[in-house]
Design a binder for this molecule. Structure first.
Ligand SMILES: [Ca+2]
Length: 450
């Protein structure tokens, strides 16, 4: 399954991923995961040395030493390890960059193919892959564009509505767009596909589309967007008259939800829910608190986990715990968020975890994982498990570190398996080992009863 001895090459992983990306020549030299190469040479000794110091963090040496966390649990949580034995299986492989997925039927997934803009059905039980579903939208697939996320309507069993996000060409550039269509009974086509929302303004660039969508419990959609990366367009993350660098809250028809925080503000766009974000690549609701959590891709280091509060400003690109890829400070080089009037991240990574799609574990199958958060890592290549107590991060684990895959999205099935899809086109299934081997408790004391 693994073609290379990635464990031996761990220290070169980042360098290799840079070279691999360059060699692939996918026309995406500025794919930011690959631009974090300015200090590739200093990566080499890091992993071997990790055991020698007293730092119990799952991370290697920090890259950015200029900043202090706002509170002790904000970064470098202690490393934890899953005790349960796990089975790891590659259910399917050889696909395109697989960006988003949804379990629309027990053990059957809708999976988007970013570059080819195909929507496929993957059967987790037999590994079968369907023909591309007809009727998907035309996309701009340059750079980080393409067909992005997919989800289904809460009433999918009746409506058969499928929602997708994608990079769309407009006259002045591209936007993150949301559309919906009806999956035909034979599952061969999406019918009546229509675009319901465009995160304007359009911009002539191919980076930072955000693009995750999730339904809330009132059957409305949260959409995340990116700030389109370049200076100065990224400053629009701070502007309430632009949908760039935002969490957006819309109905299934693409209208602003009428309880949104800026609905009364004539100068602000009604769909905005929160702002000051960089490039949110993962989103899920905490199973216990119901809070909306997001993970956003930082610059060099400074990837953030945030809990979204309506109307709040998360600070990008004014403050950050990371630095520019060039090594320069961002803006005035200020990391503190709260002191500047912004929401502090619950957690940040240094060095980067290159976080992508994420999912809370809300299932009984692996009890020790209950309410833990799993995040796909692109470079370094692993799945991050985050253990949370009272909204503080108290532990971190790295899973599948030796696979050498860029993990793009994570999902927990109804059966409690963790599914991960990758840029290399593989579908991983991680489940508790030895299904059905639980021994019945034998209450021997009963025999002694008199
Ligand atoms: Ca921030």
């Amino acid at each position: 399954m693994t073609k290379f001895s990635w464990s031996r090459l761990m220290s070169f992983t980042m360098l290799i991923s840079v070279l691999t990306l360059a060699a692939c020549g996918n026309g995406d030299p500025s794919d930011e995961e690959s631009t974090d190469d300015s200090d590739a040479e200093t990566e080499e000794n890091v992993d071997e040395d990790a055991d020698e110091n007293t730092d119990t963090s799952a991370e290697s040496e920090p890259k950015v030493t200029e900043f202090e966390p706002a509170f002790p649990e904000q970064t470098r949580a202690p490393e934890v390890e899953t005790e349960a034995e796990l089975d790891v299986e590659v259910v399917a492989e050889g696909l395109d960059v697989s960006w988003g997925m949804e379990e629309f039927d027990t053990n059957r997934l809708l999976v988007t193919q970013r570059d080819s803009a195909e929507l496929l059905i993957i059967n987790l039980e037999d590994g079968s892959v369907s023909d591309p579903i007809e009727g998907t939208p035309e996309v701009n697939n340059e750079g980080q564009g393409g067909l992005l996320d997919v989800t289904i309507a809460p009433d999918f069993d009746e409506s058969r509505l499928v929602f997708m996000t994608f990079a769309q060409d407009l006259e002045d550039g591209t936007v993150t767009a949301v559309g919906k269509g009806v999956l035909s009974e034979d599952e061969a086509s999406l019918e009546d596909f229509e675009v319901i929302f465009q995160a304007e303004p359009a911009y002539d660039g191919d980076l930072h589309y955000g693009g995750r969508i999730i339904f809330d419990d009132e059957d409305n959609l949260f959409l995340t967007t990116g700030e389109r990366s370049d200076d100065p367009i990224r400053e629009r993350a701070q502007d309430l008259d632009a949908y760039l660098g935002k969490v957006i809250h819309i109905t299934q028809d693409g209208e602003a939800v009428d309880t949104n925080p800026f609905i009364e503000d004539e100068d602000a766009l009604d769909g905005i829910y929160s702002y000051g974000h960089r490039n949110i690549q993962g989103v899920d609701f905490h199973p216990e608190t119901g809070e909306l959590w997001v993970v956003e891709f930082g610059p060099q280091a400074g990837d953030e986990l945030n809990i979204i509060e309506p109307g709040s400003n998360y600070g990008w690109p004014i403050v950050s715990y990371g630095i520019e890829y060039t090594g320069e400070l961002i803006n005035d080089g200020i990391s503190e968020h709260e002191a500047q009037g912004f929401v502090e991240p619950v957690y940040y990574w240094d060095p980067t975890s290159a976080p992508s799609g994420m999912s809370f574990y809300d299932n009984d199958a692996i009890p020790e994982w209950e309410n833990d958060l799993f995040i796909g890592g692109l470079a370094p290549n692993y799945i991050v498990r985050v253990v949370i107590e009272d909204d503080f991060i108290v532990g971190e684990e790295r899973l599948l570190t030796e696979e050498g895959e860029r993990f793009r999205d994570i999902l927990v099935t109804e059966d409690g398996a963790l599914i991960a899809i990758t840029d290399g086109g593989s579908i991983y299934k991680i489940a508790a080992a030895g299904e059905g081997t639980e021994e019945d408790d034998v209450d021997t004391d009963d025999d002694d009863a008199e």
